[in-house]
Design a protein around this ligand. Structure first.
Ligand code: 5GP
Length: 119
């Protein structure tokens, strides 16, 4: 049987073992504030299912992935940044992924460099 050390950080947050500011929770995902925000609004949309990386998702996750996007839009609206926000998924360590449990970064209420996706 899996013990808590087998769980991802985000599964431990979802299970209440690690505290977090939780803005939204439903049967399929939760939305938390990032602990080290890189924008005035920096939220994480996290599926309850611990898919390690986006490329590890499969056709059976189609509905879940759509749900995550819809939740991201709703939460951006609630956070007052639906006119200008970025949704970022880091896939793999080479792209900066540090927590290997799929998550969408919502970055908003920030001054974006409109010419660049990288900064
Ligand atoms: P990644 O680099 O994997 O795309 O994003 C992981 C994110 O999780 C980072 O932005 C990091 O600040 C955030 N993070 C790491 N540990 C915690 C934590 O314990 N609580 C919260 N709320 N965010 C965390």
């Amino acid at each position: 049987m899996a013990d808590s050390t087998d769980k991802t950080l985000f599964s431990r947050i979802a299970d209440g073992e690690i505290p977090a500011d939780i803005l939204h929770r439903d049967d399929h995902c939760l939305v938390i504030k990032d602990i080290a925000p890189q924008a005035p609004t920096h939220l994480l949309v996290i599926p309850i299912k611990p898919i390690p990386r986006l490329v590890d998702a499969s056709a059976e996750d189609r509905e879940l992935l759509g749900h995550l996007l819809l939740v991201a839009g709703d939460i951006a609206r609630q956070a007052g940044c639906d006119e200008a926000f970025r949704l970022v998924i880091n896939n793999g360590a080479g792209a900066g992924q540090t927590v290997f449990h799929l998550h969408l970064h919502i970055l908003g209420n920030a001054k974006f460099n409109e010419a660049s996706l990288l900064g």
